[in-house]
Design a protein. Structure first.
Length: 547
C-alpha cells in the first residue's frame, strides 16, 4: 500500500519540468512568463485558424507598412491619380456626343425616343459581337430564341416568386427548370435545387449551404479547398461568408488540379472541395471522377462548378463528343452549379444550383423567425426575384428542346475543335492543356502573348487575358459557328503571330499592357486598388466640360 501511495504522490514528469523551470524566479517573472506564453498560444492559434495563410498575411502586412513610408505613399498616390484620370478620360472619349442624363425628365420621353436612345447605347461598344468577334459574352444569335424569351419576359416582368400565393405559376416554372436540369445531370428524385441570378450566386449559395452544414457539425471556422483555376466567385463567397480558402495548384502539363494535393489539404475544418467542369481560364476539366472518389472516402462534399460549360457538356455525348462523367452519376458529387444564361441560351440573369439531398438545400435557405414583419424565409440571396427572368429561362428551354440543344452543341464543339487544331499549327503558339469543351487558351514562349492580343484587338477581336502564366483564351459560342467566323479568327491569329515572331519583344500598350504589368506587381493590394478605380470608372458620367 505504501508503494501505491508513493507512486500516486509522485508528480508527473511535465509538472516537475515546469517547477524546475520556475524555480528561483520572482513572482513578477512567473506572471510575465505565463501571460506571454498564453498570448503566444493564442497568437499561434489565430494564425492556424485564420482565413488566409501565414505567408499571405505576412506579405500583406509588409506591404501595408511599406505604403506608410511618406515617399512611397506619395508616389503611389500620384500614380493612382494618373490611372484614375486615364480611366475617366477613356469613358469621356467613349461617351463623346452622347446625351448624359443626370435628372429624371420633367416630361417622360415617348416610347419611340426611348427605343432610339437604347439603340444608340448598344452601338457604343468597340466590338462586333453579332459578327462573332467576342469571346464568350453572347452565346447565341438566334432571333427566334430571343423573341420567345423576350415575349415570355414581357408577360411576366412584374411577377415575383417570393409571393408564392400570388404567383404560383412562376414557382411551378422554377421547379420545372430545376427538375429538367437535375435530369440533364443524371440526378435522382432526391436531388433538388434552386434558380439563381447567375453563376456567382449559385457558387455563393453552395458555399453557404456547406458552411452551415459544417456549423451544424460543430466546425466553427470552415475551410474550402479549391483549384487555383477555380472561378473567382469562390473567393467572393469566402469574403462574404468568412470562409478560409486553401488553393491547390494545377499541373503545368494538364492544367487540372493535383488530386493528391487536394487529399493532403483535407482536414477537420474542410467543409467543401471543388472541381471545375471545365474551368474558366484554360477550359480544361479537373478529374471529377478522382475527386468524387476522394470526397466519398474522406466524407467531405464535392461541388462541381459547371457554370461555364455545363449546358454544353451535358449534351456532348449525344452529339458524338465523348466526355468523362462529371455529374450526379459520380457518388461523391454533392452539388453542381450550371448557368442557363450561357449555353442554356436563356437571357442573362439565371443559373441553377443543384444538390444531391434536400438537407443541403435547407442549409442554403435563410429563415428569420423573430421579425415583427412575420416569419421570413428566402431560398437565395435575393428576397424579391425577377419572375420574368425565370419565365424567360423556362420558355427558352421549352422552345429549344433536346434536339436543338444537341445540334447546337455539335456545331459549337466542332468549331472549337477546328480552332484548337489550327492554333496548334501556328508557329510560336502553344495550347494550355487539353481543352474539354469550348474554351481554348493559348500562350507563347517566343513573344509576349499580350502583344498578339493587342494586334488581334486592332483587328476587332475581344479575347480574355490570363495571368500566372500569361495567356489569352477564346470561349467559342454559337456566334462563332457562323460561316467564315472561325476561319477568319484563325487567319488573323496566324497573321498576328507571324508579326510577333518577326518583331520579337515589342512594348504592349493599352488594356493588355495593364494585364502584363499587373502580374509583375508584388503588392497585390495595388492591383486591387487599380481594379477598384476601373470599376469606379464604369459608373462615371462625364460633365460637359469633360467631353
Amino acid at each position: 500500500m505504501k508503494v501505491v501511495f508513493a507512486a500516486m504522490s509522485e508528480r508527473p514528469q511535465p509538472l516537475k519540468a515546469i517547477n524546475r523551470f520556475f524555480e528561483g524566479k520572482e513572482p513578477w517573472q512567473i506572471v510575465t512568463i505565463t501571460a506571454s506564453s498564453v498570448l503566444a498560444i493564442v497568437w499561434a492559434h489565430s494564425l492556424y485558424n485564420g482565413r488566409e495563410s501565414v505567408p499571405t498575411r505576412l506579405r500583406k502586412e509588409f506591404f501595408r507598412w511599406l505604403r506608410r513610408v511618406p515617399m512611397v505613399r506619395r508616389k503611389i498616390e500620384e500614380k493612382m491619380s494618373e490611372i484614375k484620370r486615364d480611366f475617366r478620360r477613356d469613358v469621356a472619349k467613349r461617351l463623346a456626343g452622347m446625351t448624359i442624363r443626370r435628372e429624371i425628365p420633367d416630361v417622360g420621353l415617348s416610347a419611340e425616343q426611348i427605343a432610339e436612345e437604347i439603340k444608340d447605347h448598344l452601338t457604343l461598344g468597340a466590338y462586333d459581337w453579332k459578327g462573332g468577334n467576342v469571346s464568350g459574352a453572347v452565346y447565341h444569335l438566334s432571333e427566334e430564341i430571343s423573341k420567345v424569351a423576350c415575349d415570355a419576359y414581357s408577360l411576366t416582368a412584374y411577377t415575383n416568386p417570393l409571393h408564392a400565393d400570388v404567383f404560383p405559376g412562376i414557382n411551378k416554372m422554377e421547379s420545372e427548370i430545376v427538375r429538367m436540369a437535375i435530369n440533364l445531370f443524371h440526378g435522382d428524385e432526391e436531388c433538388c435545387g434552386t434558380v439563381t441570378s447567375g453563376g456567382t450566386e449559385s457558387i455563393i449559395m453552395a458555399c453557404k449551404a456547406f458552411r452551415d452544414l459544417a456549423y451544424s457539425k460543430g466546425i466553427s471556422n470552415p475551410q474550402i479547398i479549391v483549384p487555383s483555376t477555380a472561378h473567382s466567385a469562390f473567393d467572393k463567397a469566402a469574403q462574404y461568408l468568412n470562409l478560409s480558402v486553401v488553393t491547390i495548384p494545377v499541373s503545368e502539363d494538364t492544367y487540372t488540379v493535383d488530386v493528391d494535393a487536394v487529399r493532403n489539404a483535407i482536414g477537420r475544418r474542410t467543409c467543401l472541395i471543388v472541381g471545375s467542369a471545365p474551368n474558366y481560364p484554360y477550359g480544361t476539366m479537373d478529374d471529377i471522377g478522382a475527386l468524387s472518389a476522394l470526397a466519398a472516402e474522406c466524407g467531405v462534399p464535392l461541388h462541381v462548378d459547371a457554370c461555364l460549360g455545363g449546358f454544353v457538356c451535358a449534351f456532348m455525348a449525344r452529339a458524338g463528343h465523348q466526355l468523362p462523367p462529371f455529374d450526379f452519376r459520380l457518388p461523391g458529387v454533392a452539388s453542381i452549379s450550371a448557368d442557363t444564361h450561357k449555353y442554356g441560351y436563356a437571357p442573362k440573369g439565371t443559373s441553377v444550383v443543384l444538390y444531391r439531398r434536400s438537407e443541403y438545400r435547407h442549409c442554403q435557405y435563410t429563415v428569420t423567425t423573430e421579425w415583427p414583419g412575420g416569419v421570413y424565409g428566402s431560398p437565395t440571396v435575393n428576397g424579391s426575384r425577377a419572375g420574368g427572368l425565370i419565365a424567360a429561362c423556362w420558355a427558352t428551354m421549352m422552345f429549344v428542346g433536346k434536339a436543338k440543344y444537341v445540334q447546337m452543341t455539335d456545331e459549337i464543339i466542332t468549331t472549337a475543335k477546328y480552332i484548337e487544331s489550327e492554333l496548334r499549327k501556328i508557329e510560336g503558339l502553344f495550347i494550355f492543356g487539353k481543352p474539354a469543351a469550348t474554351v481554348i487558351a493559348f500562350g507563347s514562349k517566343q513573344f509576349d502573348i499580350f502583344k498578339l492580343a493587342e494586334l488581334l484587338h486592332k483587328k476587332g477581336w475581344a479575347l480574355n487575358a490570363l495571368q500566372f502564366p500569361s495567356g489569352v483564351h477564346i470561349c467559342v459560342t454559337h456566334a462563332h459557328t457562323q460561316t467564315g467566323a472561325a476561319e477568319r479568327f484563325v487567319a488573323d491569329v496566324r497573321d498576328a503571330a507571324r508579326v510577333c515572331c518577326s518583331q520579337g519583344v515589342q512594348p504592349v500598350h493599352g488594356k493588355m499592357a495593364i494585364y502584363g504589368v499587373a502580374q509583375e506587381i508584388s503588392d497585390r493590394s495595388l492591383v486591387s486598388d487599380i481594379t477598384k478605380h476601373y470599376i469606379d470608372s464604369t459608373y462615371y458620367l462625364p460633365k460637359p466640360e469633360d467631353q
